[in-house]
Structure formats: structure tokens, C-alpha cells
Design a protein around this ligand. Structure first.
Ligand SMILES: *Cc1c(COP(=O)(O)O)cnc(C)c1O
Length: 424
């Protein structure tokens, strides 16, 4: 990894000075790795080395890379019709996907708005919530959001992210000033939250949270009761509840959607990441009937004024439909249960290592939290040298592998985590 010229191909040397990388200080950046191929749970580097992937591309590649069923569906759709505008026109993959998601989601979450990225679907959810009340003659401009939550990087979603994580202070007035709360952790706190919400309801359009897992906020878990309390509080105050399932959706936490563990029906749900099996940018914002009905009127101004260019993307929806086929035909929930057992057994020994503060597992998410976050940067090249793709952040080393990962490959990941942390 020392001589860039030798290892990195031409396209890398020619393009690297024209690319801007995510979340990266470009002056001091460690050169990113050139990837030339993906297959199953393996990534191939330009120099031929293979890495076992413990992250599954921010957990989007739930069925592993290049799954033939998704590849076939996308190839067929590509030849027939990759994309046609959604204004005035619809396509079969988009309508099929909407119908299937409405059937999969609980309650009357029946209306799907299909966009390209997770952040955009959260923006749409927020816009829906504000206009829902406008259409009922009420002007409500605030959102209640929670410490540790992440909902995207766009300006609107930054206003509902944890302010410290999102570096809100730097952006000052550009970001909307919403109401930051702590997630209620006890019945007493839940009651106080309900009272608070009732008192402030006239300004609040929606409460928004990630269900069960605060992903980007450090993979913090919380129990399903909290979601029940939020539903009760929102019902009592007449405020909408937006649940962001972009990380948790599609089996990651042990159920198809995390909200199933709480038995609640949010007013709006956002989906992305594993939605398309990691093949295409795609997101869906799903609304309940009563939310949709608030936009029905003779007045055209009461319509939802939103429509991304690539809305209802046929290619992306074909990938998502093929991904849903796999969730139906292959035992992903069984695989998650197996992964959870193995992660519990094989990551638990890390708890005894001196720099380890906590080990926690939920579904196909394994987290080892360190005492000393400054040790994290030095770990990154060690994982690559050991032949795995694990990318720690903040103070945590985490695994969110493809749900199809074999027992042996998962063992390589867990043992590498132990060995690297043991040597550091
Ligand atoms: C990744 C993520 C987002 C943002 O999705 P993008 O596609 O990156 O815009 C929003 N919310 C949650 C919970 C996420 O994990």
C-alpha cells in the first residue's frame, strides 16, 4: 500500500484528483481503495486481493453482491425501459413495488412516494407532515427529534439529526431550528414526554425517530416499548409520527421492519438502503390513508408539490421487486436469527479486551464499542491487511454483513475483529 503508482490502475490515477469523497478531510485522506468487482460477500481490489465485506455497503446489499435474481430482473428491465418520467406516466415495476410494500407494512400504510435517496424520502416525509396540517388549516413548522438520531445529510434532514453529529453549530441559521429531546427510557419519562407534546402540539407537525437502532449515531439500541410510548404520545397530542426505517428495514433487526417489534403503525415510514438490495439508489416514503386523504381536495394547491426527476425509477423498482422476491423465497429471517446467535457467541469475548467498553448485538448488527475513540483510525488499515472490509467510526467497530453470509465467512469477520482489537 506504499507505492500508489504500482498498485493503483490508470483510471484511479487519472480520476482521483477530480473526486470529492464523503465525510473526508481531503487534505489528509488515506487513499481510498480501488474496487473492481463484487460477488456475494466479497470485494475485489484492483491488485487482485479479495476482502470479505462486513458492512455490505452501508447494509444495503442484504442479499450479497450480484445476486443472480436481482441481476436478471435489472437486465430485463434495462433492455425494456430503464426510466420514464413519472409525471403523467406510470410503470409496472413502480406500481408493483408500491402494492407489495403496502401489503408488507402494517396497518393502512398504503401510499408510496418513490424517490432516489434516503435523505430525500425523509425530506418528503417532513414536507408531507407540514402540509398535512396546512391542508387542515393549521400552520405547524416544528419537528420533535431525538438525541443520537440520524436522518440524512440534506439541509432539511440536518434539522432533525443530532445537532452535535451534524455539526449544526457550523451551519447556524441555514438549518431549521427544531425541538431536540431525549428518547423516553422509562414510563415516567414517557408520561412527561406526552405532557410536553400535548402542551407544544400547536407548533409540532411530527415526531421523527429511527426505530430500535440509532445507526449513524453509534449503533445505540433501545427497546420496542419506547416506540409504543411515542405512538401513544403522538396520538394523545394529535401529532404525526414519522419512523425512519432506512437502516432497520428489511430484516436487519430480526423482523422485516423494526416497527413490527413494537406493534405500532406510524403515520409515515421512510425506506431505502436494502430496499433495492444495494443495486440502485431508491427510496420510498409511505403514508397512511389519513395522511394521504388530507391532500384530497378540489383545490390544486392542496396537492403534494414534490416530484423528483427520477421518481418511480423503473430500473430501481425492478431491483427492489427482485429483492422482495428474495425476502419471500429465501429464509432471510432465519438467516438473521443464525447471524445473531453467531455474533453473540463470537463477539462476546471482545468484552474482555482492555479497550472494549461494550459489546452489543441486535439481529444482524454486531457492535464492539471502545473506551478510546482515538484508537479507531489506526484500526482501519489493519482490517484491510487482514483481508476484511470493516470500517469503524466514532468509537465503534461494527458488522452489518449481507444476510446471506456463510457461517465460515462470518467467523473470519468476528475473529478478525477480536484479533485486531487484541493487538491494538
Ligand atoms: C442512511 C440513512 C439515511 C440517509 O439515506 P441516504 O440514502 O444516504 O440519503 C437516513 N436515515 C437513516 C436512518 C439512514 O440510515
Amino acid at each position: 500500500m506504499t507505492d500508489t503508482q504500482q498498485i493503483f490502475p490508470d483510471w484511479y490515477r487519472l480520476g482521483i484528483n477530480n473526486i470529492w469523497l464523503p465525510y473526508t478531510q481531503m487534505q489528509t485522506v488515506t487513499p481510498p481503495l480501488p474496487i473492481v468487482k463484487s460477488e456475494g460477500v466479497r470485494l475485489t481490489l484492483a491488485d487482485g486481493r479479495e476482502l470479505i465485506d462486513g458492512i455490505a455497503s452501508w447494509w444495503a446489499a442484504a442479499h450479497g453482491y450480484n445476486h443472480p435474481h436481482i441481476m436478471n430482473a435489472v437486465e430485463m428491465q434495462l433492455r425494456q425501459m430503464p426510466h420514464v418520467m413519472f409525471g403523467g406516466l406510470v410503470n409496472e415495476p413502480a406500481l408493483k413495488l408500491s402494492q407489495r410494500l403496502a401489503n408488507l407494512l402494517p396497518g393502512d400504510l398504503n401510499r408510496c412516494f418513490i424517490a432516489e435517496s434516503g435523505s430525500v424520502s425523509v425530506e418528503i416525509a417532513m414536507k408531507m407532515a407540514v402540509q398535512y396540517f396546512l391542508n387542515k388549516g393549521e400552520r405547524r413548522s416544528k419537528f420533535i427529534h431525538f438525541r443520537g438520531c440520524y436522518h440524512g445529510d440534506t439541509l432539511g434532514t440536518m434539522g432533525v439529526c443530532d445537532p452535535e453529529e451534524g455539526m449544526h453549530s457550523l451551519f447556524g441559521d441555514v438549518i431549521a431550528d427544531n425541538i431536540l429531546c431525549d428518547l423516553p427510557r422509562s414510563e415516567g419519562e414517557a408520561e412527561r414526554f406526552t405532557e410536553y407534546l400535548k402542551e407544544n402540539a400547536e407548533n409540532v407537525a411530527a415526531v421523527i425517530t429511527e426505530p430500535l437502532v440509532l445507526g449513524a449515531g453509534g449503533m445505540v439500541f433501545y427497546p420496542p416499548e419506547t416506540l409504543k410510548w411515542l405512538r401513544i404520545a403522538c396520538d394523545a397530542a394529535g401529532v404525526l409520527l414519522i419512523i425512519d426505517e432506512i437502516f432497520t428495514g428489511f430484516c436487519r433487526t430480526g423482523t422485516m421492519f423494526a416497527i413490527e417489534q413494537a406493534g405500532i403503525v406510524p403515520d409515515i415510514v421512510t425506506l431505502s438502503k436494502a430496499l433495492s438490495g444495494g443495486v440502485s439508489p431508491l427510496s420510498v416514503c409511505v403514508a397512511r390513508d389519513h395522511v394521504f386523504e388530507a391532500f384530497l381536495d378540489d383545490d390544486p394547491l392542496k396537492a403534494l408539490m414534490h416530484g423528483p426527476t427520477y421518481m418511480g425509477h423503473a430500473l430501481g423498482c425492478a431491483a427492489a421487486n427482485a429483492s422482495l422476491d428474495l425476502f419471500e423465497s429465501e429464509d432471510r429471517l432465519g438467516q438473521v436469527a443464525q447471524i445473531e446467535r453467531q455474533l453473540k457467541a463470537e463477539l462476546e469475548p471482545c468484552r474482555n479486551l482492555p479497550n472494549v467498553k461494550d459489546v452489543r448485538i441486535l439481529g444482524a448488527i454486531g457492535v464492539v464499542q471502545l473506551h478510546d475513540a482515538s484508537a479507531i483510525e489506526a484500526l482501519k488499515p489493519q482490517f484491510v491487511d487482514a483481508g476484511v472490509w470493516i470500517r469503524p467510526f466514532r468509537d465503534i467497530v461494527y458488522l452489518t454483513p449481507a444476510l446471506t453470509i456463510s457461517e465460515d465467512d462470518l467467523r473470519v469477520l468476528t475473529q478478525t475483529v477480536y484479533q485486531v482489537l487484541n493487538q491494538s
